[in-house]
Write a protein that binds this ligand. Sequence first.
Ligand code: LRY
Ligand code: PEP
Length: 349
Amino acid sequence: MVELKITEDIKVGGNNPCFIIAEVGQNHQGDIEIAKKLIKAAKDSGASCVKFQKTCLKEKFTKKYLERPYDNPNSWGKTYGDHKKHLEFTETQYRELFKYAQEVGILFTASAMDMVSFDFLVNIKVPFIKIGSGDSNNLLFLKYAASKKVPLIISTGMVDKKAVKTIYDIISAQHKQFCLLHCISAYPVPFEDCNLAVLQDYMKSFDVPVGYSGQEVGTAVALGAVALGAKVLEKHITLDKSMKGTDHVCSLTPPEFQQLVRDVRVIEAALGTPIKKVVTSEIPCIDKLQKSLVMGSTKNKGEILYPGDVKIKVAEPKGLNALHFEEVIYKTLVYDKKEDEPLYEGDFC
Ligand SMILES: CC(=O)N[C@H](C=O)[C@@H](O)[C@H](O)[C@H](O)COP(=O)(O)O
Ligand SMILES: C=C(OP(=O)(O)O)C(=O)O
């Protein structure tokens, strides 16, 4: 399994801890102070990285699309172009946010929504670039991104498995420093559409780390993804779910994000080994409550132990482990034994 190297110290995949991305996206409302608060909240929650979305509007959208009316409660302008312009930070503001994230001590990156944005992000030296689901069918962009040989995390919403294989082939023809995220692009995703089982298929099909970008409400599905083996987890973060904007509803507040990170770490610790064995922490319960073999009735030396003569009880002191029941039956007692007395290995032959 190839690991994705994000920095000298942070790697993704294999036995490395799940890399948790706090996706600010456009939940900053176009306000740099809110953006900074979200960066700080991401850091305080224990996220591995904070992420924005970088767009060059005339590269990503056609002129006509930008002129389209965008008349809904989440809109920041009369047209889609005005709306997106309101939500887009300038390159100078991006540099300021990047610097702020460094001061706060959290990795900073963004999705490149087009080639111009991709180049900008390469230029400011983000540790990796995210390619969102909006580009999962954009073969030209994927080829371009692959040719730049920078670490990539790629979401796979809005396409089927065949297209995901194409993405995999395009990038891996250039390098293996990438990761594929299962994603369903709906805001919010109905739980029954999350299809988390896809993660298992990705893990079988691709020899790169696999993760999950979740647009569903809450944290349960994201935790399920980690339990299934997701090595990257992305969830939106917001200061307030009731704010204006398409993504707030499927986002987590800072305390929720903090709880998510804690729970992910608990699940990772709890996944453990597939080898079922008795573990040290069970010993007190074994001593206290595990049953063992005891006499079901009083019997004398030389008598045969019939099924009703041996019982399985919690005893003090303990007899033989109750798993040995069948081995004891029809054996001959070598000592006199009273009812409820524990049965030991040398008590019968
Ligand atoms: C597919 C994709 O890009 N999805 C992104 C990541 O999840 C979203 O954040 C969109 O940018 C957002 O939902 C767009 O909302 P509006 O159209 O109201 O600006
Ligand atoms: C669209 C994005 O992500 P996803 O497809 O993972 O939701 C993004 O990162 O901008």
